[in-house]
Design a protein around this ligand. Structure first.
Ligand SMILES: Cc1cc2nc3c(=O)[nH]c(=O)nc-3n(C[C@H](O)[C@H](O)[C@H](O)COP(=O)(O)OP(=O)(O)OC[C@H]3O[C@@H](n4cnc5c(N)ncnc54)[C@H](O)[C@@H]3O)c2cc1C
Length: 564
């Protein structure tokens, strides 16, 4: 297996993912021994809760008939149609908390009737035409890392459902060094592209926490944001052109640097989540690989002080590329997990000398990437601003530790699930003027919902993904699972948090996308006519309604229009 090596470690290139959890099955356990004790002190009980064996995962038999299978095989070849138990399990859902709860219990809500692997856009188009004729639902499948039910194998009113896995469309087609764009198949995984670019001293700069497994097509289809999006931008700023196959026909958008030819169709297809058709190929803007990377920790006396400095940085001329400010609870949790000795080594006497910082402080990670001169200039500016606001720079050690472990946190979620502990995340974005209020509202809503379930827990948050007008808030909550009612418990908390977000003027999602879980909130997000416009577009390009049923658009209401 090839590995992509970056400046601080190496990342496996797409080994087959754990079916019951996240990532590389060979990843070693990483939960510190004192973690469960820390959780117990916070009132979060644990108990052994192993996943069932793969052979015990219950699936209905495939409902595809022989004629449909023969038609699919004729298009993509016999090796391009899979239907064995393990492939169906691997495509039976994404990697959100409810997906993992169902999977670990051996009870996914369904599975695709077949997995189809097209080898190019002509094959994609032919598959979509066949599926439209035979009333088969199609779920485009990239890395399968959706956390919002985006790849749930829902068939809607159709006879069967296939997962259209794009892993065979994963080549670098062209690199235009002069224009600094690269053209790739939509199924290409992010590490494979970064490795290809690194060999040429370039980078895309898109590093979501799910980096190890995401496909570039999936990132574009979900408007994904990488951890360095403050500097490099989200995927929507990287996609310059694309080739798209919809059941009604193809849409080709060249990589113009800019265009005034009407509304930007790219913006309609980026974030379309497979409900309009399939992104087959992408032209992506690339950058020169940075000569230097420097990640550093700064302590603020409280969350508000840190937010104020991040805002100044985002609105000023020399902001960081990575900016991440943990609130008091998240800081406390990450220091506790790191352990007292490590904290002493990483943060040093300056931090330990300040009782105020120890008790309520908030840790920020600021990262700078670029030429050595540019990094020094921007770092100096940021540290000066932080000091002026009473911040305490604590050096590179916490920044480097964060950078090294940035793809490891999802593995801890699996280990906590093994102990009957729920870990879930959700996110939003809002203007700076509303950020602290929304942080309080959503924290309170999650806290209250957990308590109402009888499972009080920890609720924490960080600010990341800065813009000049606002930023994203990313919440994590941890609680003992309510045995036998895990999904009802999750639904209650998710509902409360989502209600607080839309009532508090946040977007229902900054980067996780809509999928199935957020679709009931799209009416609040875009309004009746906004929804009707999206539905009209779908009816035009996907008249049989086969593309990814039940995602993005809410279920049709009494008028037959989504949610209306
Ligand atoms: C542990 C963890 C951490 C995460 N961290 C981040 C993060 O930091 N930032 C972030 O933005 N997201 C994050 N996510 C969410 C997820 O990784 C992103 O949404 C990602 O962009 C999905 O890419 P994928 O290739 O896995 O897509 P999939 O999960 O396969 O698909 C996602 C959606 O896009 C559709 N789709 C996929 N490929 C295509 C295509 N070629 N054409 C049309 N539709 C398509 C699917 O039908 C589905 O609706 C995280 C998820 C996990 C599990």
């Amino acid at each position: 297996m090839e590995r992509w090596t970056d400046w601080n470690g190496s990342v496996a290139e797409a080994p087959v993912m754990r079916w019951w959890g996240w990532g590389d099955p060979a990843h070693p356990p990483g939960l510190p021994t004192h973690a469960l004790g820390f959780l117990a002190e916070a009132g979060i009980d644990s108990r052994p809760c192993p996943a069932v064996a793969l052979a015990d995962v219950q699936l209905e038999p495939s409902s595809l008939d022989e004629a449909a299978l023969a038609g699919l095989r004729e298009i993509v070849g016999g090796e391009g149609v899979l239907g064995d138990h393990s492939e169906r399990v691997l495509h039976a859902g994404g990697k959100g908390y409810p997906d993992l709860v169902r999977m670990r219990a051996g009870e996914p809500e369904g599975a695709p009737d077949a997995i189809v692997l097209p080898a190019g856009r002509d094959q994609v188009r032919a598959v979509l035409e066949l599926c439209a004729r035979r009333s088969l639902a199609v779920v485009p499948f990239g890395g399968g890392t959706s956390v919002v039910g985006g790849v749930a194998p829902l068939r809607g009113s159709h006879a069967a459902v296939i997962a259209l896995d794009l892993r065979r469309m994963a080549a670098v087609e062209r690199l235009d060094r002069e224009s600094m764009t690269v053209t790739v198949g939509a199924g290409m995984r992010a590490p494979a592209l970064e490795r290809h670019l690194a060999e040429r001293r370039m980078t895309l700069g898109h590093f979501p926490q799910s980096f190890e497994y995401v496909s570039l097509g999936g990132c574009a289809a979900t408007r994904s944001a990488g951890q360095a999006s403050t500097g490099y931008g989200g995927i929507e700023r990287m996609v310059r052109g694309l080739r798209f196959a919809a059941p009604a026909g193809d849409i080709d958008l060249p990589a113009f640097p800019a265009s005034a030819a009407g509304p930007d169709l790219r913006e309609l297809l980026i974030g379309s989540e497979g409900v309009l058709g399939v992104i087959c190929e992408l032209d992506l803007r690339v950058r020169e690989a940075p000569g230097r990377r420097l990640y550093e920790g700064v302590f603020f006396k409280d969350f508000a002080a840190g937010v104020s400095v991040l805002r100044e940085l985002a609105q000023g001329p020399a902001g960081p590329d990575v900016a991440r400010l943990s609130d008091e609870e998240e800081t406390r949790m990450s220091l506790a997990l790191a352990g007292a000795e490590t904290v002493k080594q990483r943060l040093g006497q300056a931090y330990l000398g300040f009782r105020g910082f120890r008790e309520r402080g908030c840790l920020a990670i600021l990262g700078f990437e670029g030429s050595p001169r540019d990094v020094t200039r921007r770092r100096r500016h940021a540290i000066a601003l932080a000091r002026r606001a009473g911040g305490l720079p604590v050096g590179r050690s916490p920044g480097e530790a964060w950078a090294k472990g940035r793809f490891a946190a999802p593995y801890l979620r699996d280990e906590l699930l093994d102990h009957g502990v729920m870990v879930e995340t959700l996110e939003t974005a809002t203007p700076w003027s509303n950020l602290l209020r929304l942080h309080g509202d959503v924290t309170g809503a999650i806290d209250g919902a957990l308590a109402a379930c009888g499972t009080p827990g920890l609720v924490m948050c960080h600010v990341s993904h800065l813009y000049d007008t606002g930023a994203s808030l990313y919440f994590t909550f941890i609680a003992a699972q309510k045995q036998g009612e895990e999904l009802a418990q999750w639904r209650a908390v998710k509902e409360a948090a989502s209600r607080a977000i839309v009532a508090g003027a946040g977007t229902i999602t900054h980067h996780h996308a809509v999928g199935r879980d957020h679709s009931p909130w799209m009416l609040e997000e875009v309004g009746r006519e906004g929804l009707a416009a999206l539905a009209a577009l779908k009816a035009e390009v996907d008249p049989a309604g086969i593309m990814n049923p039940g995602k993005l658009l809410p279920e049709p209401g009494p008028t037959g229009r989504p949610g209306l």
